[in-house]
Design a protein around this ligand. Structure first.
Ligand code: GAL
Length: 390
């Protein structure tokens, strides 16, 4: 019965997409959102979580240097994104002007510098009249601003939703999609309207990623509420278009190691964009290890592009699964409770009846072949991240 229902739904969706001229990824053929730009979730860094308005070309240059010297670039981090507060006014032609004190060389010179390191530059604006920090927004300057960014060599734009009263997000963000296409430069388009009016329903044919919630903060409670509430949104994500549960707080100091492991594991299972939000110039070995663990990043960046979902929960315990391109599954055993607890993975949750091979992805350790079940002791607020293969 369940199978019949899902077969019927598939047919219904297929005919719906056929009727609107869309592909299976919800990419309407007439649309110009460039899915090819973000075939896997974007990875990089953003200034907001740590620095808020304290941004400058010095910070961005030093961060770009640190992305390379820390090994973040080799781990896959690519975008260096300036968030709010870089812009101060418009000139007589209406062109946006960067803060001359904080960015004396201008954004083009900064883009050139970031590119010289083999990295890419992102900027931030707002769909309304003003940004959240009351800098000029892009309303009625959509095409002009995207052309300006393209001329500077910008590779990524995040567009916020403050001071946008009375605007319809689907309509307003589509203007930016079209403006980016007209600019002629491939620019990743990050929609930031905090989940208002279900961006997952129009986001896939508008941008490359869309925020699904309000802002994260560097606290376990906030991070976990955001992360564990993403269940159900997996059907809207795929190569070129991703749900965005907000940027990383790893290394900002407000969470314990196990909590940051939960943060990073959950974001990887969610195929979330991985935008570090800490000070990369001074991060310690523990933070670097969490942000650059290649086996966790491989889960996030898996080419199948399937967002994981919850398969089981009981009290404070949750099990999440992300199917991978090689036929294996990434599995997170999460303990949201206040003391260490045992969690048992029953392989039938993964559709596996016989034995399975297990690997601990944080520890880089094979756990051998197991029959039917696997039980782990998971610390308070912690996680066991496994790869389970037949
Ligand atoms: C918020 C946004 C944050 C950050 C901030 C800047 O609306 O969600 O990620 O960009 O604005 O003012």
């Amino acid at each position: 019965m369940k199978n019949l229902r899902s077969a019927l739904l598939t047919v219904l969706f297929a005919s719906l997409f056929a009727a609107t001229g869309s592909t299976a990824f919800g990419q309407a053929e007439g649309d110009s959102v460039s899915a090819r730009l973000a075939l896997t979730p974007p990875m990089g860094w953003n200034s907001w979580n740590k620095f808020a308005c304290d941004v400058s070309e010095k910070l961005i240059r030093e961060t770009a240097d640190a992305v390379v010297s820390s090994g973040m670039k080799d781990a896959g981090y690519q975008y260096v994104n300036i968030d709010d507060c870089w812009q101060v006014r418009r000139d007589a032609q209406g062109t946006i002007v960067a803060d001359p004190t904080r960015f004396p060389s201008g954004i083009k010179a900064l883009a050139d510098y970031v590119h010289s390191k083999g990295l890419k530059l992102g900027v931030y604006t707002d769909a309304g009249t003003l940004t959240c920090q009351k800098r000029p927004g892009s309303l009625d300057h959509e095409l002009q601003d995207m052309k300006t960014y393209a001329g500077w060599g910008v590779d990524y734009v995040k567009i916020d939703w403050c001071h946008a009263e009375g605007l319809d997000p689907a309509t307003q963000y589509a203007k930016f999609r079209d403006a980016i296409a007209q600019s002629g430069r491939p620019i990743v388009f990050s929609i930031c309207n905090w989940g208002v009016k279900a961006p997952w329903s129009w986001g896939p044919h508008t941008g490359n990623l869309w925020r699904t919630t309000g802002d994260i903060s560097d606290h376990y409670d906030r991070m976990s509420v955001i992360g564990f509430n993403q269940n159900g949104l997996e059907k809207f994500a795929g190569p070129g278009h991703w749900n965005d549960p907000d940027m990383l707080e790893v290394g900002n100091g407000g969470m314990k190691r196990d909590e940051y492991l939960t943060h990073m594991s959950l974001w990887a299972l969610l195929a979330a964009p991985l935008l570090a939000g800490n000070d990369l110039r001074s991060m310690n070995a523990e933070t670097k290890e969490i942000l650059t663990n290649p086996e966790i990043i491989a889960v996030d960046q898996d080419v199948k592009g399937t967002q994981g979902h919850r398969v089981w929960d009981e009290g404070p315990l949750e099990i999440w699964v992300k199917p991978l391109a090689d036929g294996g599954n990434a599995v997170g055993l999460f303990n949201r409770g206040e003391s260490e607890l045992k969690i048992t993975l029953d392989f039938t949750m993964l559709g596996i009846t016989g034995p399975a091979r297990l690997r601990d992805l944080w520890k880089h350790q094979d756990l051998g072949s197991q029959q039917g079940f696997y039980t782990a002791e998971v610390p308070k607020h912690g996680v066991m991240m496994l790869k389970v293969s037949m």
